[in-house]
Write a protein that binds this ligand. Sequence first.
Ligand SMILES: Nc1ncnc2c1ncn2[C@@H]1O[C@H](COP(=O)(O)OP(=O)(O)OP(=O)(O)O)[C@@H](O)[C@H]1O
Ligand SMILES: [Mg+2]
Length: 372
Amino acid sequence: MTLASASSSAFSTASSSASASRAASVPITLTQCAKTFRGSRVLEPVDLRIEAGETLVLLGPSGCGKTTTLRMIAGLETPDAGGRIAFGDDDVTALPIEKRQVGMVFQSYALFPNLTVRGNIGYGLKIRRMPADTARQRVDELLAMMRLTAHADKPIDQLSGGQRQRVALARALAVQPRVLLLDEPLTALDARLRDALRSEMNALLRELGITTIYVTHDQAEAMELGDRIVVMSAGRIEQIGSPRDIYYRPANRAVAQFVGTINRVAGERRGSMLTTTGGAVPLPAAQANALAERDAKHEIFFRPEDAFLADPAHAQLRGCIESSAFLGERTRLTISGAAPDALLIDVAGRVELARGTPVGISIGQDALIALS
Ligand SMILES: Nc1ncnc2c1ncn2[C@@H]1O[C@H](COP(=O)(O)OP(=O)(O)OP(=O)(O)O)[C@@H](O)[C@H]1O
Ligand SMILES: [Mg+2]
């Protein structure tokens, strides 16, 4: 059995148990939400709408303001004067976290070490003075949903990382939140468990249908989980779009370089061709037409998996293998001489090419990316 199939039972997403944790989902609107800490602006004014039931991912490098944005939505930080946050028609800007009906999972999980699994999941219900038998029933449903029933009475420190992560999620869902806020909930797990739980998380979020904001700096997580992705850098939104938009139609270089790997071919434009060190690449008609005659210097971009090796006699570009990295399912070649910068090209894992081997490269015409 593979790890993925072994863990496909990590969460039970049967509608009966998921519906127990479902509240009416609401859209979230941020209007001109900026944040300044001790005189320094860490978040420029943000306007953002998250649709009811949507999973929106905030993606970006460390320190770009993801957690700050999430904490403002949670009610743990207040936006600078003039900023407004609404859940549906409710203006929640001045409401504290306990009145916002949000479920939150922190990067560290922040579980109570002195409480059992059951005690952690039921904590919010106790605070809200829910009658004991109703609370017990809700906790039982969540234990079943997260496949934690057998661990219900264990203290937290006897659980694995993946189990703790499920307790944190169950605790967030127990209070039937209107909004689910997840701050890098899988980061503390090892790579294999993280990959397996990512698919489970995806199924769970679809099943719950709660408006969710998911913070990560992991591109694969963002791609799999996000209905839309917000790419942030240095306190600003660089782009908002579907995972495919972000990957294939990046708004600028910062996005293209942060999300995946991108190759640059710089050269001179001759008619509808871009000539460069190792040959010439036909420019897409739209790009060629958009260029004025005097724009002789030009550059195009493409992803490593969007080019292929071809017979050097007929290929668009010619170069030499500089190095080759075997990554299991694929091999990543570094090729020099084809363009001013070395190019990274992904080929099947079984391809073995020695350093110095001459190769030809062609790029799919619709794979060329124009960047400002
Ligand atoms: N309470 C605070 N006081 C002062 N500065 C803060 C505070 N909280 C965050 N910052 C600063 O705001 C900026 C954004 O921080 P934030 O935690 O939102 O980043 P992040 O995108 O979540 O990063 P990471 O991926 O590392 O978690 C950082 O420069 C950080 O140092
Ligand atoms: Mg953070």
